[in-house]
Ligand binder design. Structure first.
Ligand code: RNT
Ligand code: ZN
Length: 407
């Protein structure tokens, strides 16, 4: 580390401070990487325009298996974590409708989180269910369908409130609906009016606004829903702004040359808090495992440079069924943390260099930092967190001992 400390000090960077700051950042880790977004209630094939592809052995099939995998995966991730659940992971006899779920159906999850000292985040599940009709939920013109999903949303607010109370850690509840049309619609306004009305009805549920943050996630298109998405970016940003709730950006949900890293600053100017789903879109919203790549770094830089680590809810959202799922989980979360560390190790005068219009030096410096002894600092962070550097070995051991024995 001494080497690295000396190198960074030459640029005015304090390595110890960077490590300290990183230790305080919470990553909300999605539970759905462990079972290809299947859940435990309806166990329908994944729908809603998203897809998990691959059939690598060892998928978690029960709450016990998923919890064991989560514990294994989390033990290989440094830093602070929260667990992000979906409503479809309710634990009941399988006979309850999604509009009937209640806090008690998540009691084992609360116990699990408390035991590990983690907070819980939550998501209503508006997909993979027989009550999704014609790919519509909260925007459906069929009042029975729309009302069903409003009831689901209302129950979820109660569950989010319960999570926050039980864990003593704020809960982020994210609303994403798949609603849209494959082909050119005749009415773009009607579905959005109904979505707005449905959200208003869900938000009328009493909840502790200081402990529960409700977010809305926008999207540009989904598979089979190419022409029109009800919850577009404009819809979600405007809705969040109008209602004083929190916007959520998933970096797979924009046109391929549109970058979430460029959007963060604008949202920070107009919102107290913002939320992110960090993912890796490959040609579409493919939800590949997050890597330590340029856009992930750029997103992290925007958060760090704008001093917004306490204003951005960072969560992960990817699902790869083609490789060891635990490894996928760990690689993705570590990539986000690496990106944050990379950003924390930047000199603090980068903005001043821009203001001086010295883009020559800015380019020189940015490129220079790419070959800085970053790896040394990262490994020191892992060591201090008591987490193995080589997670691959651990993962393969777990695969041989546990995963391959699953049916
Ligand atoms: C889908 C959204 C959404 C889901 C999860 C499972 O495109 O990104 O966040 O991935 O809710
Ligand atoms: Zn997402």
């Amino acid at each position: 580390m001494d080497n690295a400390k000396k190198y960074y000090a030459e640029f005015g960077v304090n390595v110890e401070e960077a490590i300290e700051k990183l230790r305080d950042v919470t990553i909300s880790v999605h539970c759905w990487q462990g079972d290809d977004v299947t859940g435990f209630d309806s166990r329908e094939t994944l729908s809603g325009g998203i897809q998990a592809t691959g059939n690598y052995p060892g998928k978690a099939n029960t709450p016990e298996e998923l919890m064991a995998d989560i514990e294994k995966a989390f033990s290989l991730m440094p830093g602070k974590k929260k667990l992000n659940l979906h409503a479809s992971y309710a634990i009941h006899d399988g006979k309850k409708g999604r509009d009937e779920i209640e806090p008690a159906d998540f009691a084992p999850w609360v116990e699990f989180a408390k035991k590990n000292g983690w907070g819980l985040d939550f998501n209503p599940t508006f997909f993979s269910h027989p009550m999704v009709k014609d790919n519509l939920t909260l925007s459906s013109p069929d009042e029975e369908v729309r009302a069903y999903w409003v009831r689901h949303g209302v129950q979820c607010v109660k569950i989010a409130d319960y999570f926050a109370k039980e864990t003593g850690i704020p809960c982020v509840m994210n609303i994403w609906i798949p609603d849209g049309y494959k082909d050119i619609p005749a009415d773009r306004l009607g579905p959005r009016e109904r979505y707005k009305k449905s959200l208003d009805e869900i938000l009328a549920t009493p909840y502790d606004k200081t402990q529960v943050y409700i977010t809305v996630e926008s999207k540009v298109f989904g598979i089979g829903l190419e022409s029109y998405t009800v919850g577009s970016s404009e819809f979600c940003l405007s809705y969040a702004q109008a209602k004083g709730i929190t916007p959520l950006m998933d970096n797979g949900h924009y046109h391929p040359t549109e970058m979430v890293s460029d959007k963060i600053s604008s949202l920070l100017l107009f919102n107290d808090k913002i939320a992110l789903h960090v993912t890796r879109p490959v040609r579409w919203d493919s939800d590949h495992v997050v890597l330590f790549d340029d856009e992930t770094k750029e997103i992290a830089k925007e958060i760090v440079r704008n001093d917004a680590l306490d204003r951005v809810f960072i969560s992960t959202d990817y699902f790869d069924a083609s490789i060891n799922r635990i490894s996928a989980w760990v690689t993705g979360v570590r990539s986000v943390q690496k990106a944050l560390l990379y950003a924390l190790l930047e000199p603090s005068d980068m903005k001043q260099i821009q203001e001086n219009n010295d883009f020559t030096y800015l380019m020189y410096l940015s490129e220079e930092l790419k070959t800085a002894p970053f790896g040394e600092v990262w490994r020191e962070f892992l060591k201090r967190e008591g987490v193995a550097d080589n997670y691959y070995e651990e993962v393969i051991k777990y695969e041989k001992e546990v995963l391959v024995n699953r049916k």
